[in-house]
Design a protein around this ligand. Structure first.
Ligand code: NAP
Length: 487
């Protein structure tokens, strides 16, 4: 980025989210280092109303890279002018700062560093910095925001800044600075959390691993099943080469199966949780770990279901574009002409197809709505009732509509013995298994006698627990006693 660009940061001059009355605003902040992070940090600090002094080994050469409002000087000079110093230097170079130990004594050092590998060193970078400068107070923070996020504004990037330190006062000071800069400081406790904070930017989709493996596993199973039915069976039984079906047709019959089953897996853990609560008669008993994990991954499972459904829609739209489809149409037309068939209209088939497509579009629409509302920016703008209505009620409606889509697709094929290839039933019959169980369970849970019990449990009622009760007497006075709450 040119020096001209640096003078004109992406942010507006004053951060609208910062509060000028905060004690942190207006103070001088030091930054050691003049690299990418130091520059972005200095720009953001200047835009947030702080005075910034940058400490560099070569200030003359680096000064032009910083906004004119920031002072760029030698490291020792910069450190003398402030009590809070961001150390924007790699861990390997911390020891080169040891000459500054005397001037740094008593000051707050903010360790912003990251590693290249998870748990790379025995001790965290922040703990290492603290060991090099025992007279300083070290605070870990800002490592989870990138140089880009610092420059592009809080609204565009990750707004959370995780902070930890053994010194409460120093932590509060850094949290205030983060707040003035437009970030949301998150207190992660004492310095022992530094290692965890340093690992966060290195993790690759930690919450997505299980859902991705689950969807890949399902895809593989259904793909193999469809391959056997659509390609291998005609080859073995009729010596017909149907390999051309693999890239589009087999994939397109696999995707809706994965999407549909994944959608039902979003609601199945809720059903299992309700069963456990009913069985134990309490909501205070912990669910098994696997169920806890499953409940926590529902959003990702739902989004992958939407992804597969969207791909299925695109594949389906492209089906008529294929050469094989055109040849088949021509073949069929020629055959009908030779047989002198003029009316090929089958009313029931026409209706089935119309309903099947329409219901499919509605299901995709509902899934899109669920996906959009799971975005943090949208979810945060909804209150709890709106969120649970969309995710729970509309989500379940999507499952029911998807079931209708599947049933209208399958129609009477389950009862046609020609559809059983190598005795394997049509794929859609298999996909119906879990979703129909979920729908049935939901219907059972909505029976008044079960629903009432579930609602009571979720409000804190426990089976076999004696509770104090207060009853109004006929005279309007209150009398108290004890009873078993499950009576
Ligand atoms: P960089 O561009 O390589 O800058 C590092 C700076 O360290 C240099 O500009 C240099 O400034 C200074 N330095 C001090 N002593 C040094 C020495 N002995 N040898 C070499 N350089 C020395 O790195 P960066 O991307 O700004 O990252 C700086 C720190 O921020 C790292 O710990 C990194 O993990 C962390 N971080 C970076 C990002 C990001 O997006 N870049 C995000 C989160 C955290 P002078 O020459 O002026 O002294």
């Amino acid at each position: 980025m040119s020096s001209g660009d640096m003078a004109k940061p992406l942010l507006g001059h004053q951060n609208t989210e910062s509060d000028p009355n905060t004690p942190a605003a207006g103070r001088t902040i030091g930054v050691l280092g003049s690299g990418d992070f130091a520059r972005s940090l200095a720009i953001r600090l200047v835009c947030s109303g702080f005075k910034v002094v940058v400490g560099s080994r070569n200030p003359k050469r680096k000064a032009s890279l910083f906004p004119s409002a920031a002072e760029v000087t030698f490291q020792a000079e910069a450190v003398k002018k402030t009590d809070v110093i961001f150390v924007a230097v790699f861990r390997e170079h911390y020891s080169t700062l040891c000459d500054l130990a005397d001037v740094l004594a008593g000051k707050i050092l903010v360790d912003v560093s990251n590693n290249t590998e998870i748990n790379h060193h025995k001790e965290s970078n922040a703990e290492y910095l603290a060991s090099l400068f025992p007279a300083c107070t070290v605070v870990k923070g800002f490592n989870v925001v990138s140089a880009w996020t610092l420059q592009s504004g809080a609204r565009d990037g990750n707004k959370q800044v995780l902070i930890c330190s053994n010194n409460q006062e120093a932590k509060r000071t850094v949290a205030e600075i983060a707040q003035v800069m437009g970030f949301t400081p998150v207190d992660m406790g004492c310095m022992s959390s530094a290692c965890e904070i340093e690992n966060i930017p290195l993790r690759l989709l930690p919450t997505w691993k299980i859902p991705i493996f689950l969807s890949l596993g399902l895809f593989l199973c259904f793909f193999t099943y469809n391959l056997i039915r659509q390609v291998i069976h005609p080859y073995i039984r009729e010596q017909k080469n149907k390999l051309y079906k693999i890239p589009v047709e087999v994939v397109n019959t696999t995707l809706p199966c994965v999407s549909y089953v994944m959608l039902s897996l979003v609601y199945l853990p809720g059903v299992l949780a309700a069963c456990l609560q009913l069985y134990y008669g309490t909501k205070y008993r912990r669910f098994p770990d696997w169920l806890d994990q499953w409940l926590q991954h529902r959003k990702q499972i739902g989004l992958l279901s939407f992804f597969c459904a969207a791909l299925h829609a695109v594949y389906s739209l492209c089906l008529p574009m294929r050469r094989s489809h055109r040849y088949q149409l021509i073949e069929m037309a020629a055959k009908q002409a030779m047989e002198k068939k003029t009316n090929v209209w089958v009313e029931a088939e026409v209706w089935r197809m119309e309903i099947y497509i329409s219901v499919g579009i509605i299901a995709l629409g509902l899934l899109s709505l669920l996906a959009i509302t799971s975005l943090p920016s949208i979810a945060n703008s909804l209150n709890w009732r709106e969120f649970s209505f969309i995710q729970s009620t509309l989500g379940f409606t999507a499952l029911v509509v998807s079931t209708l889509h599947t049933l209208t697709y399958g129609w009477s094929r389950a009862f046609d013995e020609n559809q059983y290839k190598f005795y394997l039933p049509p794929t859609y019959t298999l996909t119906l298994l879990v979703p129909c169980t979920v729908i049935l369970a939901k219907v059972v849970f909505n029976l008044p006698c079960i629903r009432q019990r579930l609602v009571r449990i979720r409000r804190g009622w426990e089976k076999g627990r004696y509770v104090k009760f207060v009853l109004p007497s006929a005279t309007g006075e209150y009398s108290s006693g004890e009873t078993s709450s499950n009576v």
